[in-house]
Design a binder for this molecule. Sequence first.
Ligand code: ATR
Length: 283
Amino acid sequence: MTKDWNTNIYCLIGDPIEKSLSPKIHNYIFEANNINSVYVCFNINAKDLKSTLDSFKILGIEGFNVTIPHKIKIMSYLDEIDDEARYLGAVNTVKNVGGRFIGYNTDGLGFIKSLEDRNIDIINKDILILGAGGASHAISTKLALEGVNKIIILNRTLSKGKKLASEIHEKFDNVKLECDTLDNFYKYLDIDMIVNCTTIGMYPDIDSSPVDLSMFNNDIIVYDIVYKPIKTKLLHMAERMGMETIEGIDMLINQGLLSQKIWFNYEIDNLFKDVDELKKLLI
Ligand code: ATR
């Protein structure tokens, strides 16, 4: 569709946003649905977050996504936060409603959808979560809500991991919780699934892995939410060991489609039917 004076701007704010696939996803959906909008990326330093939001209001930006490292901090600058995002403790999608910015979270649901698509049952399972940032907040809380047995949170900064664990414990006292530093991962080998929510392994840090998988049994599932590169060092290692793997791009596509649903009040099926085609386009 030709861009004109009436074209709406949607965008991603984060730091770094280099190599983000979100513009490809959203611009493809705009084209496929004849929506007169364009999606771009802005690298925003944390100190400029508030002034960025003020500028977005002046420019009349209709909606945007939020990524590393702003998903938690942005909550203090929004006019309203919907129940799910407040519950999950992070915002990755914002919608402009009559000049007011409302925060949503599509990470949690996007993550769960990618498990459902594979018929992976997490009820009563023990899950090792690596990281305690915005994505980890949404995913860990959603896993607790879905009825896992135990969540072990490992984070470089122990205090942040402890804070997240106590937030989850307040909401779900039936879920077992443990917390430790990332380098103590070898103490927690008896688990069903690992979810990497750290940025370790993300471009340009592509030769790093958050844990050494060779110490785990090969019947575990390894999910890396990092999607640049599509196959991270952790996933390569998991594949070599015969473990089931899930790529971050699955969650990225799901959360992107759910963001579109929030912005345009459409059913996802009406927006884009062939998710596999979209995935092929991105890989
Ligand atoms: P996101 O929005 O994707 O969750 P974030 O909120 O910035 O991003 O969180 C990034 C996560 O990656 C954090 O858990 C961070 O650990 P700290 O809490 O200790 O900062 C983790 N992380 C980033 N770089 C790391 C590194 N080099 N080693 C270990 N953990 C790292």
